[in-house]
Design a protein around this ligand. Structure first.
Ligand code: NAP
Length: 294
């Protein structure tokens, strides 16, 4: 990889799914990679990735896949990070930059340090972009356009490696931010992990009511909007809730406290107080949507 051209000789993507596949597509579209090698769990997805032109070839053995890599992106579920890092560690070129896209960072950093030790070219990352779909079929080059990517470089991370990863995400159309691992995990617990937990929980609760088939028959757009993310991959979200359990629990405790207070207002029929909460929430959401549309 060279600073002037940002060209990557070989990019290896381990986990050529929605995120890994979209990253490969975006860098290809930007003309930044000469060769893309994929690796993953099953051959079917990798074969499809070749057919779609997302990768040039694949190796089922992750160590073989990274042996000549200049940049390695690990896009597997959080629960698979440690085994992938452990498998590739002995095969990496010392200069190879390794990054990941995992949705929680403390667990990934622990997994990386267990496998690599303090590797100066390991740059933890997380694109704040996605859909409820999975697999290479769902990937597209524009996924990261105007989306945020958070990098959480470590004390041992070489700033040049961080700059290189930053430049790749920027080439994919993203805005790159840096923050600490703990801050990332607390913020994402509140804005992403908690909403997914609530959506899954609500759909599950309703599905177990006796008259659930009638409930779903009459569910309208609001229900569909609120629960869209409950169609996300259960394995991925299982791993996120387990990996970031401390921050998710803290966010959940705060929410449950407020929900209990809200329930008391409903029970008391306190319309004025409910209206005040709803107004405050509406103003906050309207401001958020306006910011997105700027
Ligand atoms: P995905 O579409 O399901 O892709 C995951 C890929 O990892 C699949 O190709 C899968 O291979 C492979 N894989 C699974 N287990 C593996 C293992 N043990 N060893 C090697 N490869 C394995 O998932 P995704 O949505 O791209 O998510 C990938 C990562 O991105 C996760 O860490 C997630 O936290 C993070 N992330 C997701 C989103 C989102 O909204 N989806 C957003 C930001 C970050 P097979 O197809 O053969 O099973």
């Amino acid at each position: 990889m060279t600073a002037e051209t940002m060209a990557v000789g070989q990019l290896t993507v381990i986990g050529v799914g929605l995120i890994g596949g979209s990253f490969a597509r975006a860098l290809r579209q930007a003309g930044l990679v000469r060769a893309v090698v994929g690796s993953g769990r099953g051959e079917a997805n990798l074969r499809r990735a070749v057919e779609l032109g997302v990768i040039d070839r694949y190796e089922l053995d992750p160590a073989r896949a990274v042996a000549e890599a200049d940049v390695v992106v690990v896009g597997v579920p959080l629960g698979a990070m440690r085994s992938v890092f452990t498998a590739i560690a002995p095969a990496l070129k010392p200069s190879a930059i390794v990054t990941d896209v995992g949705s929680a960072k403390a667990s990934v950093v622990a997994d990386a340090r267990a496998a690599f030790g303090a590797r100066p070219t390991f740059v933890p990352g997380h694109p704040i972009a996605g859909t409820e779909k999975s697999g290479v079929e769902a990937s597209f080059a524009e996924l990261f356009q105007r989306r945020k990517v958070i990098l959480t470089p470590l004390p041992e991370t070489d700033p040049a490696a961080t700059a290189a990863v930053r430049s790749l995400w920027e080439a994919a159309g993203a805005e790159v931010l840096e923050m600490s691992v703990a801050h990332h995990d607390a913020v994402l617990a509140a804005t992403s992990h908690l909403p997914h937990l609530l959506a899954y929980g609500l759909v599950d609760t309703l599905s177990r009511w006796d008259d659930s088939s009638e409930i779903f028959q009459y569910a309208a757009g609001g229900f569909r909007d609120f629960t869209r993310i409950a169609s996300s991959d259960p394995i991925m979200w299982r791993d996120i809730c387990v990996a970031n359990r401390e921050a998710v629990s803290a966010a959940l405790d705060r929410y449950l406290e407020d929900l209990t207070a809200l329930a008391a207002l409903v029970r008391a029929g306190d319309g004025a107080a409910l209206e005040a909460v709803f107004r405050r929430a509406k103003e906050t959401r309207d401001r958020y949507v306006a910011m997105l549309e700027q």
